[in-house]
Design a protein around this ligand. Sequence first.
Ligand code: RUQ
Ligand code: CUA
Length: 654
Amino acid sequence: MSAAVSQSRQAIAVAALLAALAGIAGCGKGSSPAVASSDAANKTYVAPGKYDDFYAFLSGGFSGQVSVYGLPSGRLLRVIPVFSQDPEKGWGYSEQTKPMLNTSYGFIPWDDAHHPQLSQTDGVPDGRWLFINGNNTPRVARLDLAEMDTKEIIEIPNGAGNHASPFVTQNTEYAVSATRFSVPTPQKDVPISSYKENFVGQLTFISIDKTTGRMSVAFQISMPGYDYDLSHAGKGPSHGWSFFTSYNSEQANTLLERNASQNDKDFVAAVHWQEAEKCVAAGKAKVQPAKYAHNWTDEAGIAHSEMLTSTKVLAVKDCPGLVYFLPTPKSPHGVDVDPTGEYIVAGGKLATVIPVHSFTKMLAAIQNKKFDGERDGIPILKYEEVIAGEVQNPGLGPLHTEFDGQGYAYTSMFVSSEIVKWSLKDFKVADRIPVYYSIGHLMIPGGDSRKPFGKYVIALNKITKDRYLPTGPELAQSAQLIDITGAKMQVLLDFPTIGEPHYAQALPASLIKDKQVRTYAIAENKDPHGVKSEKETRVKREGKAVHIYMTAIRSHFMPDNVEGVQLGDTVYFHVTNLEQDWDVPHGFAVTGARNSELLVMPGQTRTVTWVPDRVGVFPFYCTDFCSALHQEMQGYIRVSAPGGKTQLTYNSPQ
Ligand code: RUQ
Ligand code: CUA
C-alpha cells in the first residue's frame, strides 16, 4: 500500500484513537477467557529445589530499584537497590553506600528507573553488567551481575527526564541518555513560552570501559527542543548508529496531550555516533561548564563521589552527516532494531500502522540526498525512501517491539491490550493474543539483541484490575509470561511485580549462575574500618566521635557491652561480618536509630551512624535470623550525661 493511502487512513483513525486513549482507564474488560490449562501449569512449574532457566531483570519504575525474577516460574529472587534507599539492606543508609546517591542537587534517595540493559559483546548479552536509567534526576547506573549489586552511578549533565536510556551499543562501547524534557541549556531564567527559542534537547553518549565497565560522559549532541523518548542501537550492518524517537516536534510547552498530537509524523533521529567520535576527535565539540556527580564503589566496597565540572557538546551544524530525521507516524514511543540490524521499528502511540524503516534504504536515501527539507540543520529523509513497509491493522496504540530470532517481531499494543506477532518477511500479522491490561513494554530474553534466546515473551502490563485478589486501592503491576515456541502464543502465567516494570531484560541462567559471588574473603577486607578478627575489635574516641570496631559471628557481637558514650557524641558502629559461609549475613540495629538497620554480607564491613538523644542503656541486636541462638545475638550501649561516666569501656574476647 502506498504511503499516501495509509496516511489518509491514519488521519481517519486518529480521532477515534484519541477518544480511545482518553478512555484507557476503562480497560477492565471483565474476566479473561485465558484460563491456564494444566499444560500451561506444567510449563511454568519449577519443582522445589530446582532452578529456573532464565534470570529476568525487571525495572522497578518508581520504586527506583531492579528486581530479579526466575523464569518460567515468575518467582522473585532478589530486589537490587539502585536509585532508592533500601532499609532492608541498609542501601543508601550505611556510610559505605551513601555517596552512591549523591548528585549535583545533593543527596537524592529516590529515582524513577525505567530501562534495564544487559551489557553486550558482538550484539549478544555477555552477562557482565546491567545498566539502568534514573529518569527524574537524570542518572545511569551500572550493576555487577556476579554480585547483583550497584557499582556505579553517573549523573547526566544538561539533561532532564532521562528516559531514552541506557540502550547500549553492540559492544557496550556506549550507553546512551536523552532528554525527554527539553530544557534551557545551560539552565537559565526564561519565560516558558520561549520554548522554541530557548529549549534544547540533548543526546548523551556515555563511554564504558571495556574491562572495568567504568562510565564517563564522552560527548553530548544538542538537538532541537523536542521530547526524546526511546532509543536502541544499531547492530551488525547498522552498528555505529543509534536511533532515538522523538515526539512533540510541534514544540508545545503546555497541554501536550493535544498540542503535541498535531503533526502527522514526528521523527526517529538516526545518529551516526561513529561520525560524532571523529568530529569530537577533530576538536569540533565545545567544552561547556556543567556540574554532575560521578559515584562508584571501589574494591573495598566503599562508595566515592566526585563532582565533575565540564562536558563536551557537539552542535549538529559542526558535524555534517551526524544526524538524520526519519519521519515516523505519529508521536512515536519505542524504537527497536531487529536482530539483523536492517529494520528499525517504531511504535507510534497514535499510529494505525507499525512503520518499519530499512537501514539499507536509509543509507541510499542519504547518499542520493532524498530529503524533504530539514529542521534545525538536520536533513529530513523522505518517508517513502526509507520505509521498508507498514504492518497493517496491527491493533491500537503500538509501543514496543521485541524479536524472537526466528523471523518474527512482537509488538505491544497499549490501547487494544494485546501482543501482535508479525513477520519480518512480509510485515503481515501472524498471530495476536490479549493481555491484561494495557501492556507497556514486552520482553523476550535477548529479544533486542542479535541472537534472541526466545522461548517466552513477557507482557509488562500497566493496569492490573481484576487479575489478583484485590488489595485496596493500589494493586501490584502485572506481568504475564507467554509461550512463543508454537505458531500460536499461549499465556502461561501471571505474576505481580514491584513498582512499575517499564522494561526488562533476561538471559539464560547458565550464563551467570556459576559466577555468583558467595562471600567476600575476610583476609582481603580493605575497609579502613574493618577488622579481621575479634582480637582487633576496639572502641576509640576522636573528639565527639566514638568509633566502635565490632565483629559479628554466630551468635554474638564483639564487643557487646560499650560504656562511656556521652550525650552529644556521634557513634559509628563499624560492623564486620567474620563469617565465611554462603548466605550467612548478620544484621545490626540499635534502638532509636534514625536511618535503618545494616545487613552485612560475609567478609564485609558496614557502618551505621547513631546519634543518641537521651541518657540510658540501649540494646542493639542482629536482625537476620542466623542461627539457633540468633535471639541471643544482642548487646547494650550505655549513654551518659556530660560529666557522667567518661571512660570508654567495652568487653574484649577472652
Ligand atoms: S516506557 S511503556 Cu518508560 Cu520505556 Cu514504554
Ligand atoms: Cu546474626 Cu542473627
